[in-house]
Each structure stands twice: as C-alpha cells, then as structure tokens.
Design a protein around this ligand. Structure first.
Ligand SMILES: [Zn+2]
Length: 253
C-alpha cells in the first residue's frame, strides 16, 4: 500500500469510529473502502470515478485532509467531502451487488430500470435505453450523497447555533464565530434538498447526437429509495431524522 492509501485508511477508520458515535451509517464505507475496493488518488481536477470491473475507486487526494478534520464542531467545511465519499461508495456498492449476483438486488434493479424507461429529464425528454443503468445508479448515489451531506451540514450549523443561543464562544474556533446571513440561506438550501423527490442524472442525447448529463425530473423509484434507506443508510437518516432539520428554528421559509 502506498503512502496515500495508508493515510486514507487511517483517516477513514477515524471517521468510521466517529460516525458510529454520532449515529451516521458506516457499513457502506467499511465494505467499499476497507474490504471490496482498492483506492487510488488523483491530484488534479479530475472527477472521482469507480471502476466496478476492476474494483477500484479513484478519489481526489485532497479528500484525505478533509477527512482528517471531519468533526461536528460547528465549522462547516467537510460536508461536501463526506458526501462525496458516500456517493462513490454507493457506485461501488451497486457494482458489487450486480457482480456478485445478489438476486434480490437484481430484481429491484430491473424494476427500477423499467420505471425509469418512462421517466423524464428536467427538459421533458424521455431517458434513453442506454441511460437506464446510469439513471438507477446515479439516483441511488445522489440520494445517499444528499442525505449524508444535508445531515452533516445541518448538524454543523445547529452546533454553532447552540453555542450562540447559550451565549458562549465555540471553543473549536479561534475567533468569535457568528452565523451569517449566508449560513442561514445555506441552511434553507439544506432544507430544500431534504424535501427533494427526484434524484440522479443520466445520459441525454442532444439534437446534434452528442451525449450530456442531465438531471432526472421523475421522482425516485420508491423501492429503490426504501432500499437505500434500509441497506445503505441503515435506517439512520430517514424522513423522521430529516424532519428534525426541516423543522429546526434556524433558516426560514
Ligand atoms: Zn455518481
């Protein structure tokens, strides 16, 4: 194992122990990054990727530094990195389920593909046949990603909000941190994300015959969503947990 792999593993193990303490799901991180897949790193602006044939996940190297400080300390700075880590783990998870011949998942996957075959992109066009696999996987990855991201982001802001309500400075921060109007509008964004019903994107053929990625407008397949809630999110970030955030006193409507 290279230096970055070793460092990543150590930081990930810290995040997993911490995640267990704060009550976020960690099994998908363990199975992907510590068991089924090897991890490689990019050092430029390349997008993260998952090779489900070779069992390799490629992540941006900067994620290691973000994971090293991933704590709910009232300072919003790692929510995106944590969300990304789960997003790629879901791609790996789906690849693993399909490659290992998990019957229950194969049936669900087929049903979801049939569902998305009549699904629409945000421009009203139908999802093409060759885009259906991607529609299913991206819906799962984006759903899990946004649930985790929103949970993390909201808890950072709520932590800070609690310090301010008690009138004590946040000991995790060197200066006297105060939530700003920007933070509050970000919090509203999180509330919006948590009430979102459509997830994922897929290949969209354009008039010129090119392909591009476009967001899907059709609500997520219910069985797929239930599966993500149960098997990946371990029942920990469900709608009840989301309501805790959407009903919270900060932000506004
Ligand atoms: Zn993706």
């Amino acid at each position: 194992m290279g230096m970055f792999q070793t460092l990543f593993r150590t930081k990930l193990q810290d995040l997993i122990s911490y995640g267990k303490k704060i009550g976020i799901p960690v099994k998908v991180l363990q199975s992907t990054y510590l068991k089924n897949y090897s991890v490689e790193f990019t050092f430029g602006d390349d997008d993260p990727s998952v090779d489900t044939a070779k069992n390799v996940v490629t992540l941006p190297a900067q994620i290691i530094a973000k994971l090293a400080s991933a704590k709910l300390d009232g300072i919003v700075k790692e929510a995106r990195a944590v969300g990304l880590l789960y997003h790629e783990a879901v791609h790996a998870f789906v690849g693993n389920k399909l490659n290992s011949g998990d019957i229950a998942f194969a049936v669900l996957h087929k049903q979801a593909k049939a569902y998305y075959s009549t699904g629409k992109f945000i421009d009203g066009k139908t999802i093409p046949e060759e885009g259906l696999d991607s529609a299913v996987t991206e819906a799962m990855a984006q759903y899990v990603h946004r649930r985790i991201f929103s949970w993390w982001f909201a808890h950072e802001l709520l932590t800070q909000f609690a310090y301010e309500m008690m009138g004590v400075p946040n000991p995790n921060h060197s200066a006297t941190l105060k939530l700003t109007g920007r933070d509050l509008s970000d919090f509203n964004l999180v509330k919006t994300i948590l009430s979102q019903k459509n997830f994922g994107n897929s290949y969209h053929s354009t008039v010129k015959g090119e392909q591009k990625n476009m967001q899907i407008a059709t609500p997520m397949h219910q069985g797929l969503r239930d599966y993500c809630d149960r098997e990946i999110l371990e029942g920990k970030i469900n709608d009840v947990a989301a309501r805790f955030v959407t009903d919270s006193p900060i932000g506004g409507n």
